[in-house]
Ligand binder design. Structure first.
Ligand SMILES: NC(=O)c1ccc[n+]([C@@H]2O[C@H](COP(=O)([O-])OP(=O)(O)OC[C@H]3O[C@@H](n4cnc5c(N)ncnc54)[C@H](O)[C@@H]3O)[C@@H](O)[C@H]2O)c1
Ligand SMILES: CC(C)[C@H](C(=O)O)[C@@H](O)C(=O)O
Ligand SMILES: [Mg+2]
Length: 370
């Protein structure tokens, strides 16, 4: 019999990955271990190698031991992948070890990307303080489908020998319902407003998306206010009137692009965390993966200057969604705010001429407040 989630320690698998991934994850892990001790959380933490350096050393992006750990874990704490630095890597290895196959293997479908603004960073953001004040939104990015996974895909030659790249954007209604139900329920527990974002005007999958979300709203969530918005308009509204948003439900590709675009509000991509969830397993737990929204940042990797706050805030999401300890999650978020209020700044969120802290010193600034 599967031990119940209440009796089995939460297994957390740490995969630092590439570039700044290991640097920011090291700070996130310090915070996780601190909170584990402080709240006496039943948690088993395991680190495993993953990424391009692992491939160079072992011939595998994700060696067998890492694969096995993925199969038994409840929650992955992930750093970043560099999917561009893979010259010479066989296509099967890329596919086998990719972040997309990891997400699929874990059954992740709901990618939460909260965007909050910090008053201390008003000057850093290109937006006006009056636009930023009170921004508190969360993307629910559908993570299992769309153009990321649709078949056929590939680069082929047409009859004239010209190459063409092919990707296919597909959503079935079960995928839409699953993500939408999650997003409606989330909105119900927040300010009760869901904005569903699609391109129903040009894409059949978008038209279906809109129909399915509308029907689900009618059948199960009439107490939530539903708005539909085209994805390009959403891009505009995110910088004109971001306060109008509470929960934004959207597909895999639009969610990827729009969440990076929203990072400007938070002052830096180095500020945005994310958490991705599966449907509940038989023991009641959802499998999950927590990672910063940003990537491996090759331009600053190895210098010890990356901002670890997105990774640390991803730990807050782990504490909330996988460990179920809301108080601990809030404490981490409050410690980040307090560190910023006290002037702690990594280079990406420092004003010109302002002294900047390195990655570890930013971790220290948060830990000092926990
Ligand atoms: N989930 C992921 O692992 C993930 C996400 C996005 C991109 N990527 C991969 O990362 C690689 C690089 O992509 P990119 O450069 O377009 O995007 P990126 O997110 O790595 O970096 C974009 C810009 O933001 C800066 N930045 C990002 N995170 C930062 C942090 N924590 N502190 C300070 N500055 C930070 C970088 O220095 C860079 O200037 C690519 O191979 C891409 O596929 C991975
Ligand atoms: C690295 C890449 C596959 C990934 C995505 O597009 O999902 C990244 O951009 C993200 O935002 O997590
Ligand atoms: Mg992205």
């Amino acid at each position: 019999m599967t031990p119940s989630a209440a009796t089995r320690p939460l297994h957390v698998l740490v995969l630092g990955g590439d570039g700044i991934g290991p640097e920011v994850t090291a700070q996130a892990l310090r915070v996780l271990r601190h909170m584990q001790a402080k709240y006496a959380l039943p948690m088993q933490i395991e680190e495993q190698p993953y990424g391009n350096a692992t491939w160079r050393a072992t011939g595998s992006l994700m060696p067998a031991a890492t694969h096995a750990a993925v199969d038994r874990t409840d929650a992955v704490l992930f750093g970043a992948v560099d999917s561009l630095d893979r010259a010479g890597m066989p296509a099967e290895e890329r596919a086998r070890g990719s972040l997309l196959s990891l997400r699929r293997r874990l059954g992740l479908f709901a990618n939460l990307r909260p965007v909050r603004t910090e008053r201390a960073l008003d000057e850093v953001s290109p937006f006006k303080p009056r636009t930023l004040a009170g921004v508190d939104l969360v993307f629910v990015r559908e993570l299992s489908g769309g153009v990321y996974y649709g078949e056929p895909r590939g680069i082929e030659r047409d009859a004239d020998g010209r190459r063409r790249g092919i990707n296919t954007h597909i959503y079935d209604e079960d995928q839409i319902i699953r993500a939408a139900r999650f997003a409606f329920a989330l909105a119900r527990g927040r300010r009760g407003v869901l904005t569903s974002v699609d391109k129903a005007n040009v894409m059949e999958a978008g038209a279906l998306w809109r129909q399915v979300v509308t029907a689900l709203h009618h059948d199960e969530f009439r107490d939530v206010k539903l708005d539909h918005m085209l994805a390009d308009t959403c891009g505009l509204m995110l910088n004109r009137d971001p306060k109008r948003f509470d929960v934004i439900l959207t597909d895999n590709l639009f969610g990827d692009v729009l969440s990076d675009a929203a990072a400007g509000m938070a002052g830096s991509l180095g500020m945005l965390p994310s958490g991705s969830l599966s449907v509940p397993k038989p023991d009641g737990r959802r499998r999950a993966l927590y990672e910063p929204v940003h990537g491996s940042a090759p331009d600053i990797a190895g210098k010890g200057v990356a901002n670890p706050l997105a990774a640390i805030l991803s730990v807050a999401l782990l504490l909330r969604w996988s460990a179920g300890v809301e108080a601990a999650a809030r404490e981490v978020e409050a410690a980040v705010t307090a560190a910023l209020d006290a002037g702690a700044r990594s280079a990406d969120i420092a004003l010109a001429g302002e002294p900047a802290l390195g990655t570890e010193a930013m971790g220290d600034a948060v830990l000092a407040r926990l």
